[in-house]
Design a protein around this ligand. Structure first.
Ligand code: ZN
Length: 623
């Protein structure tokens, strides 16, 4: 009779009482209680004397009944013609229904389970926080005094998820519930990463889109899609203006950090225009391009101020204040005499034009500081330093896990971020800073999840350092990736299973075996170098001394969580590839609320422009 527990209709109650009073009787029915209050049962009538045998039968109806969707009672009445004391189907003359009313609210019992549940409470708190954000982050152009763009190169969504779990597990948690620094940002959306002429993109086209607001071709830097890649003569007239240039024109301080070569595609797209991302120094360029007057990327970095001023009549800017990364080889002449004190190669420099761009920079900026190692970096006093140029390696900087092996030491990405903000915030008009973790991408290209994830964790720490060093009321921070990788989190491992480990099913303790009888890892790649066990090796690039392999290996006795473990891959390639799916956009600060939905990647520029009012401010400065 559970259906009656929630009945509140006085009419229905009265009807039931009346029905109960009739059964088996043929005398007069007692008066029904007054509607609205349960009336007392009427007095039973005296036994009949006329032998009449009218009967009424009640049948309870379940929820979902065709006549009473919320349940109720079917009331059949008729005469017991055959005298068997029961109302047989053939004897029914009238059928009626007393239906329970439909439910109009959740019962307290149902909700009580939820509100005392931690997942439920956590979701409620997120909504409460989001509502607060909507109230305080109303769109207002130009509210961001500072803008910081963090780019995790190759940091696709699966990389973020796996790094989050690894960081959580290192902190003693199960891992999946953990949040990286930027997971906690109030706004997020997605970016479509394809290049104008490529389904799966590269960093040059994607970073150009983010820095200029214009999507373009794969492999080109700071120019639109009318460019012919590799053809210097097509550059003129197709150059784009970048957010960093606009900020510079508007009088803000500017900075670029990368753990890759500072002439590599992602950082280059903040300051250079090039028909080919590979023109990092003049020795990388075809003779025709040099003859046609195209300038290599390293030279464009050192000549940034002069080149920008040459583009606009009367413009006077002060150049980029902070530049740090790797890539010394592109700045130094191909002459051992120009080697840095901590050079690894016999001849560090690649330039075949005899120029030493480091010397040119220190001459152009006598008040600036050039550093090449950790000690020099540590000695920089941010409060009194107006300009800083750091080139810490001949090529890319080390993977974070391998940093201790650097000859003269290198700062971490977090160290560089902190120092850069300390210098840039000396300008009361604010700053623009781009921070790239370039080697997440390289760890993946080498098929080594350990370094890709370890560098992602360091990247998240740098984001946290930036959030800690700035005021969220005046600083827009956007965190995103240029593209993803063919990197997957697979199988059905149980909660808390080591993310770098082998799949162990829910409820099991031993590694799950595949159809070939061998265990398999949760993390893997669709293509690339494939399996290699390099044990404790912290340099993912050590793989390049081996040939690619494909398919399965017996991992039974192999520690897949070791830094030198390279995951299996299906398709053998000399370098694991980028992927074509969307990447995450995470944002905090003024204008962050514009980051929502699924977007073309060039929206990143437009969010920064709105938040910092860059185009208007630059135009005002030019007029
Ligand atoms: Zn890449």
């Amino acid at each position: 009779m559970k259906h009656f527990k929630i009945l509140s209709s006085a009419v229905l109650v009265a009807s039931l009482v009346a029905l109960a009073g009739c059964e088996g009787d043929n005398g007069a029915t007692g008066a029904a209680g007054a509607p609205g209050a349960q009336g007392p049962q009427g007095p039973g009538g005296s036994d009949g004397s006329d032998g009449s045998n009218a009967l009424v039968a009640q049948t309870e109806l379940p929820v979902g009944d065709a006549n009473c969707p919320a349940g109720g009672i079917q009331v059949d009445s008729g005469t017991d013609a055959n005298g068997n004391g029961q109302l047989d189907t053939a004897e029914v003359t009238t059928t009626g229904y007393v239906c329970a009313p439909g439910r109009t609210q959740l019962s307290a019992n149902e909700l009580r389970t939820n509100v005392n549940n931690a997942w439920f409470a956590q979701g409620e708190s997120v909504i409460a926080r989001a509502r607060g954000n909507v109230q305080t982050d109303a769109p207002a152009r130009g509210r961001a005094k500072n803008v910081i763009l963090f780019v995790g190169d190759g940091m696709g969504v699966s990389t973020v998820t796996a790094a989050r779990i690894l960081e959580g597990q290192r902190a003693g948690k199960l891992g999946e519930e953990h949040q990286l620094s930027f997971d906690q940002f109030p706004y997020a959306g997605l970016a479509k990463t394809y290049n104008v002429d490529a389904q799966t993109p590269d960093s040059a086209g994607t970073m150009t889109a983010m820095m200029t607001g214009v999507k373009t071709d794969v492999g080109v830097i700071g120019v639109d899609e009318d460019i012919e890649r590799g053809d210097c003569s097509t550059v003129a007239g197709n150059e784009l203006v970048t957010a960093l240039e606009l900020a510079e024109i508007a009088g803000k301080s500017t900075g670029i950090l990368s753990t890759a070569r500072i002439t590599h595609a992602t950082p280059a797209a903040t300051y250079a225009k090039s028909a080919d991302r590979n023109w990092e120094d003049i020795s990388d360029m075809p003779g025709q391009a040099v003859t046609d007057g195209c300038e290599d990327i390293a030279s464009q970095l050192v000549n940034f101020e002069a080149n920008l001023e040459a583009r606009y009549a009367g413009l006077d800017v002060d150049g980029i204040e902070v530049v740090m990364g790797g890539g010394r080889r592109h700045f130094l002449p191909n002459d051992p005499a120009a080697n840095s004190p901590d050079a690894v190669s016999g001849t560090e420099g690649d330039r075949n034009d005899g120029r030493n761009l480091v010397t040119e920079w220190t001459t152009a900026y006598p008040g600036g500081v050039y550093v090449f190692d950790e000690a020099g970096f540590d000695a920089v006093d941010a409060d009194s330093t107006e300009r800083l140029f750091g080139l810490f390696n001949e090529s890319h900087m080390q993977y974070e896990a391998d940093r201790g092996n650097d000859v003269a030491g290198e700062p971490s990405l977090t160290d560089m971020t902190r120092k850069a903000i300390d210098i840039l915030d000396n300008n009361d008009d604010g700053f623009f800073l781009m921070v790239e973790s370039g080697r997440i991408d390289h760890g993946h290209h080498a098929g080594n999840a350990y370094n890709a994830l370890n560098d992602t964790i360091e990247f998240a720490a740098a984001v946290q350092a930036a959030a800690d060093a700035t005021d969220p009321e005046e600083t827009l921070i956007i965190v995103t990736a240029d593209h993803g990788h063919v990197f997957t989190i697979a199988g059905y491992p149980k909660r808390g299973n080591p993310i770098l480990g082998k799949v162990v099913d829910v409820g099991a303790t031993d590694a799950t075996l595949a159809s070939d009888g061998m265990p398999y890892t949760t993390l893997g790649y669709m293509n690339g170098f494939g399996f290699r066990d390099l044990g404790g090796e912290t340099d993912a690039d050590a793989i390049y001394g081996f040939a690619p392999v494909s398919g399965r290996a017996d991992l039974s006795s192999i520690d897949t969580t070791a830094p030198g473990f390279h995951q299996e891959a299906l398709v053998p390639l000399g370098s694991e590839t980028h992927s074509g799916e969307d990447v995450g956009l995470y944002a905090s600060g003024p204008g962050a609320n514009l980051v929502r939905g699924t977007n073309e990647q060039n929206i990143v520029f437009h969010v920064m422009d709105f938040a910092g009012d860059y185009v208007n401010a630059a135009n005002d400065a030019l007029n």
